[in-house]
Design a protein around this ligand. Structure first.
Ligand code: TYD
Length: 232
């Protein structure tokens, strides 16, 4: 059991392995007697359904601004209907994409990163931890084609994803961690477990507490996310 709800967003380009890792994490923490909830964005709200339609056949029919608003409205729904209630029940909540995807994907279509961040912080709960699973675009796309046997949709064009990846990698804050996701899934999982245990340990109820002096506390309430471009 946890003393409070904890929100962890798993982010990264398509094919980075978010869904696979979240499934492993869910099973692992459930076995540790922690109540886990997983929510995926776009969600199943009417806005989310519209976004999924656009991914298949009409992305460029909507302007970047309209697309941004669809994701924002979908997120308002997800926060009110799913995320806040789960956090109030003191659950460990994993997000399979959250507003850091809006910053990366919608600013890669020309919108201002800071505007996207600001609008999202007005409506969404800030996560305790954001993990960006980082993988080269070519690897991500080949995972989608070969392992999932899926064709590439309109969000998954190579040149576009290069920009998206660069924006993800530019995000800097104490609560954002970048993890090399090109490794075997077991290795990535071990890495994620260590990072997440550090965040969770102080909030385990007394009997389970493994907190040590080294354990980090969450102090990100007023910290601002910044964007630092990576020199290439
Ligand atoms: P994705 O998680 O890839 O769905 P699936 O695995 O079911 O295909 O999400 C669909 C696309 O939506 C993905 O390419 C990224 C994009 N996206 C944004 O552009 N902005 C956002 O805010 C979110 C949450 C996703």
């Amino acid at each position: 059991m946890l003393k409070k709800g904890i929100l962890i967003a798993i982010e990264g380009i398509d094919g980075a392995g978010k869904t696979t890792q979240i499934e492993l994490l869910k099973n692992y923490y459930t076995k540790q007697n922690i109540r886990v909830a997983v929510f995926k964005e776009p969600s199943d709200s009417p806005y989310g359904k519209k976004i999924k339609e656009l991914a298949i056949n009409g992305r460029y029919k909507v302007s970047p601004k309209e697309e941004f608003l669809l994701f924002l409205n979908d997120r308002i729904y997800d926060c009110e209907k799913n995320i806040k209630p789960a956090l109030n029940k003191k659950m460990l909540v994993f997000m399979d994409r959250y507003y850091f995807s809006s910053i990366a994907y919608q600013s890669a279509r020309g919108l201002d990163k800071k505007m996207i961040l600001k609008e999202n912080e007005k409506i969404a709960v800030r996560p305790d931890l954001v993990i960006i699973l980082d993988v080269a675009v070519k690897i991500g796309l080949s995972r989608i084609r070969h392992l999932r046997n899926e064709s590439i949709n309109l969000f998954e064009q190579e040149e576009y994803l290069e920009k998206v990846r660069e924006i993800f990698l530019s995000m800097k804050a104490s609560y954002v961690q970048i993890v090399d996701a090109s490794r075997k899934k077991e290795e990535v999982f071990e890495n994620l477990k260590n990072i997440i245990n550090d965040i969770i340990n102080p909030y385990l109820t007394h009997t389970q507490s493994k907190a040590t002096e080294k354990t980090k506390t969450i102090e990100n309430e007023s910290e601002e996310l910044i964007f630092e471009s990576v020199e290439s």
